[in-house]
Design a protein around this ligand. Structure first.
Ligand SMILES: NC(=O)C1=CN([C@@H]2O[C@H](COP(=O)(O)OP(=O)(O)OC[C@H]3O[C@@H](n4cnc5c(N)ncnc54)[C@H](O)[C@@H]3O)[C@@H](O)[C@H]2O)C=CC1
Ligand SMILES: O=C(O)C(=O)CO
Length: 331
């Protein structure tokens, strides 16, 4: 069996993956994403591991029995071009890492820590900032956190914020949140406007689909208001790019932490400054923004967990057993 790996975050765990899969499986690693090279390698492959499957890759991989996403999001998979024998599976394990990131980002932004760090480097003490300038900031106790999407990420984040005394509300695709506790209310997406109005911190962790693209735009950001914080760990285009930039620049919202972007370097690593810019707009000039390069989930724990899941599915395929976490074809 031949497995082509195009997921860069698995590279540090190469040996672990090798140790977990049957000895007769051949692994072919692509350390940089070069579409032509991957296409050339997929003709005789049984499995592809990676989050991006372009139409050319899908058409080249006629023998693929499994596309294993290295994470959750399937928004970069060209499903229409896959062979009808190919199944797509995904994996989780990122929820602790991302919940930690969201909590840290919310506290940093609400407490003004980014500005204090910059100020102290210029010789200005935070205490004098509060005497002469903005009011003393609040803790998270009693704050309302609004979850746009309440799956693995939303639930774990609500656990952590709950421990800080925050309250919560959520909108999801279906309006159902299963047995999750700790929310004051939850609803389907028709209540997004209410959530944006009530929340002090909004956490965006919905999948990117035709329905969700641009779901947060001018009106939603205005409803969040000048003290509100937006944290997007879902996908960049869930939040309208121009609306977000202007809202941050003009103080329509208080601040944001953005982990997921509008432009990514094509090879997966930034060879030059322009290719590394995550938007055509100058987000990097905004002082009320915490910018991260899609790293909220990148920890050892996430990827060790994911390697185990991926190896397990490769072993299942090799033994003819049924696969776990199949997301395509949709049952
Ligand atoms: N920044 C990063 O490194 C990572 C980003 N992600 C992104 O976050 C998304 C969510 O991840 P998980 O929570 O693990 O997924 P999940 O599948 O456990 O939860 C997804 C949630 O989104 C909700 N949803 C679906 N359609 C919606 C809509 N129209 N409006 C509002 N909510 C909607 C679902 O009802 C569910 O509550 C992924 O699809 C992926 O795009 C996921 C992992 C890592
Ligand atoms: O899992 C995902 O969808 C990611 O964005 C990266 O881990």
């Amino acid at each position: 069996m031949k497995v082509v790996v195009g997921e860069r975050n698995l590279l540090p765990h190469r040996e672990l993956l090798v140790s977990l899969i049957p000895a007769d499986v051949t692994l072919s690693w692509h350390e940089r994403f070069d579409e032509e090279a991957v296409v050339a390698d997929l003709g005789d492959a049984d499995v592809y591991v990676g989050g991006r499957v372009t139409p050319a890759m899908a058409r080249a991989g006629r023998r693929l029995r499994l596309v294993h996403i290295g994470g959750v999001g399937t928004d970069k998979v060209s499903f229409a071009d896959l062979s009808s024998d190919t199944r797509v599976a995904n994996t989780f394990h990122h929820e602790d890492s991302i919940a930690e990131y969201i909590m840290a980002a919310a506290v940093m932004l609400r407490r003004g820590l980014i500005g204090q760090d910059a100020a102290l480097r210029q010789g200005v003490w935070a205490t004098s900032v509060y005497q002469d300038g903005p009011p003393q900031p609040p803790t998270m106790r009693g704050a309302v956190v609004g979850y746009v999407g309440f799956g693995h990420i939303g639930r774990r984040t609500a656990d952590l914020f709950g421990a800080l005394g925050a309250r919560g509300c959520a909108v999801t695709g279906s309006g159902r949140v299963g047995d999750a506790g700790g929310l004051d209310w939850h609803a389907d997406t028709t209540e997004l406007g209410r959530l944006m109005k009530e929340a002090d911190v909004v956490v965006v962790s919905a999948p990117l689909t035709d329905r969700t693209a641009g779901m947060i735009g001018d009106a939603e950001l205005e409803a969040l208001g000048p003290n509100g914080i937006l944290i997007n760990v879902g996908r960049g285009p869930l939040v309208a790019e121009g609306a977000l930039f202007e809202a941050l620049r003009d103080g329509v919202i208080g601040g944001a932490a953005i982990d997921v972007w509008y432009r990514y370097p094509s090879g997966g690593d930034a060879a030059d400054a322009d290719r590394a810019r995550p938007s055509e707009l100058p987000f990097d000039e905004l002082p009320n923004l915490l910018m991260t390069p899609h790293t909220s989930g990148v920890t050892r724990d996430t990827f060790v967990g994911r390697v185990h899941d991926i190896a397990d599915n490769i072993s299942r395929l090799s033994d003819g057993r049924s696969l776990d976490r199949v997301v395509w074809p949709v049952r």
